[in-house]
Design a protein around this ligand. Structure first.
Ligand SMILES: CC(C)(COP(=O)([O-])OP(=O)([O-])OC[C@H]1O[C@@H](n2cnc3c(N)ncnc32)[C@H](O)[C@@H]1OP(=O)([O-])[O-])[C@@H](O)C(=O)NCCC(=O)NCCSC(=O)C[C@@](C)(O)CC(=O)[O-]
Length: 302
């Protein structure tokens, strides 16, 4: 089977990864993390989230972080926005891309953004129009595309329906997210193929959490059907505040190690990502949740 020659990795650690941390992480540390990831060669870094600080307090420093990061021309620095208030903040912070985030599960939509799927699409309509007007990239994320912590199974047609609605809003890219990391490879292929019937495959991405240890297998399964954009989190940071028990995103170090072995180009410096993973893990006072990252660190120490 032919796999893509090149893959885009969207590094989501500074946003998806850190948003769930209980202790407030100083802006200095967040800025240094983003700068290290920029130096490692990522073309797209999710750096901020302009949501209600009452709902997700860890992201309250997003404007400061965006103001202080060292931007490299050509790199897309993304910000999550749930509504126009978030959009205005992202615009002021000079985000290159805004990310609207819906769900394929009604129950999760209510818990995460306090409205139904249909209501969320209505809120996003205004955000999408504003993003286009300001020449910003627009990304749409679909949480719980393969299982929901409240509803359980999620029909593939619910995913297809949200893909259609986000496409109609003009999304440049659509993320298919396994928020709670329950999916397995064949299921992933079915969902990706169904989504690709609604939206160009080359602009669909896979966003996998690793709760059940399936994320790398799910990425490989996605590569087999031609997906070439993946999200991952340095040091395996993360977990969703509205998906209790879900672990972080698949670790970037593990994904890069696998892709390198497969001969798939990413343009990213693996060693610098390992350094960034060790940096943030030492700040958080725990080991990275990355087999490859920790293996390289142990080898270096020896
Ligand atoms: C959507 C809302 C705001 C609705 O929350 P709400 O309470 O229904 O909204 P509201 O309009 O009634 O506003 C309530 C208060 O929040 C303020 N507010 C309102 N909007 C903003 C804003 N943008 N920025 C700052 N403040 C805001 C607003 O001004 C008001 O302040 P108050 O008058 O009480 O002082 C809320 O539910 C929220 O912020 N949710 C955030 C949820 C979140 O961030 N979840 C995690 C990210 S999703 C994720 O991680 C999954 C993903 C994408 O990675 C993919 C995957 O793995 O699934």
């Amino acid at each position: 089977m032919n796999l893509p020659d090149r893959v885009k990795i969207v590094e989501v650690g500074p946003r998806d990864g850190l948003q769930n941390e209980k202790e407030t992480i100083p802006a200095d540390v967040k800025v240094e993390l983003v700068d290290r990831l920029t130096d490692a060669g990522f073309a797209n870094i999710e750096a901020a989230s302009f949501v209600s600080p009452k709902w997700v307090p860890q992201m309250a420093t997003s404007a400061e972080v965006m103001a202080r990061i060292r931007r490299k021309p050509g790199v897309v620095y993304s910000a999550l926005v749930p509504n126009m208030k978030g959009f205005e903040a992202a615009l002021a912070a000079r985000a290159d891309e805004v990310m609207i985030f819906g769900a394929a599960s009604e129950a999760f939509s209510q818990k995460n953004i306090n409205c139904s799927i249909a209501e969320s699409i209505e809120r996003f309509r205004e955000v999408a129009a504003a993003a286009k007007q300001h020449g910003m990239r627009l990304r749409g994320s679909i949480s719980c595309a393969m299982g929901c912590p409240y509803q359980g199974e999620v029909p593939v047609e619910s995913v297809a329906d949200v893909v259609r609605r986000l496409k109609a809003l003009g999304c440049d890219e659509i993320d298919i997210a396994d928020t709670i990391g329950v999916a397995t490879p064949r299921q992933v292929q079915r969902v990706m193929e169904r989504a690709a019937a609604e939206f160009p495959l080359e602009r669909l991405s896979g966003h996998f959490h690793d709760t059940y240890g399936q994320a790398l297998a799910n990425i490989y399964a996605s590569l087999e059907v031609g997906v070439s954009i993946f999200h991952s989190s340095v040091a395996g940071l993360g977990g969703c505040p509205y998906a209790k028990g879900a672990t972080g995103n698949v670790s970037t170090e593990d994904v890069l190690y696998m892709l390198r072995g497969l001969g798939i180009e990413t343009g990213i410096d693996f060693d610098r990502v390992v350094d960034a993973g060790q940096f943030i893990s030492s700040h958080l006072g725990r080991k990275a949740v990355s087999r490859a990252g920790n293996a390289i660190a142990a080898k270096r120490a020896a």
